[in-house]
Design a protein around this ligand. Sequence first.
Ligand code: S3P
Length: 189
Amino acid sequence: MRVRAIFLVGFMGSGKSSVGQELARRLAWDFVDLDARIESRERRTIPDIFRDHGEPGFRLVETEALCELTESLERDTVVALGGGAFAQEKNRALIRHWPAVFLDAPVDELWRRSSEEKGIRPLRKDREQFAGLYAERLPSYRQAAVTIETGDKDLISICAEIESALQLATVKTDSSLDLSASSKTGGLR
Ligand code: S3P
């Protein structure tokens, strides 16, 4: 059987990395953040790649990293894609054998969350540009197999919805029964 994978897609601030880490922990799968993969592969940060090669240069290395990842998957894996990856047709084609899950939220919420998160996002400029880019990408995100509204939900509810939509069973471990940790109940900020 082909290795199982879930690709989390959605705009900046949609919680792909936090949800991905928690989902992978619950399922006892591996977790890969594609942006982190790109940074270690290129040995520089995403803002540096944008500065030196512009968005077209970034998109090239993003597709290369995604291609490499899909060809080397050996264990069941949850993958968080960067916000623009699923908007590229060739990237959607690379992951077509696996389900993509679109994490959505109202654009004001995405704007707020992405300002509170660490790290610089070269494509997060002002509120109007941000909302325009979101609207432009929405038709691509809607091609995902599953859409989850994350607006007012915590991580546990979001992961449970994904598991139920994809009919996946959570592995019960001592730590997965510990609901007291703030990261699990605190939602997406
Ligand atoms: C991008 C989103 C970023 C990162 C890069 C480009 C985009 O990822 O891949 O800055 O095009 O929306 P996050 O969605 O994790 O912020």
